[in-house]
Design a protein around this ligand. Structure first.
Ligand code: AMP
Length: 121
């Protein structure tokens, strides 16, 4: 169900095989700027462990990993100065969620009004 492909681009970033624009790194979490930003602030937060999706991470990761991930996401909101005006935190999952990279990531988007949550397809 949650087979992890270790050739995905975020796995390569975690192994240092391709560069990234790091915002913050902790024991269990890495956050870096999206290469194709959709807003003035667009940071991707990823666990270092091999989790495919939100539900995989939330269901299978250790308490320590989940705590570290969420505390890091909160720290990024503070660092990127999006708390006052707000932001959008989203995780696309699977086919219907139109997930491109099969390593769990949380998008933190801010710096402008984000518009409707979904668009008609
Ligand atoms: P998703 O469609 O939710 O899987 O989002 C994948 C995101 O990864 C997209 O917003 C891409 O722009 C971003 N992305 C892909 N490759 C890289 C990369 N090498 N560095 C930073 N962001 C990337």
């Amino acid at each position: 169900m949650h087979d992890y492909d270790d050739q995905n681009i975020f796995a390569k970033i975690l192994r240092g095989e391709i560069p990234n624009s790091t915002v913050i790194e902790t024991t269990h979490t890495l956050a870096f700027r999206d290469i194709n930003p959709q807003a003035p602030v667009h940071v991707l937060v990823i666990p270092k462990g091999p989790y495919v999706s939100y539900d995989h991470f939330a269901g299978a990761a250790s308490d320590e990993e989940i705590l570290d991930f969420n505390r890091t996401a909160a720290k990024i909101c503070e660092m990127e100065n999006v708390q006052e005006n707000g932001f959008r935190a989203i995780s696309n999952t699977g086919t219907h969620g139109m997930q491109d990279v099969p390593h769990y990531h949380l998008h933190i988007l801010g710096g402008r009004v984000m518009g409707p949550m979904t668009v008609p397809v």
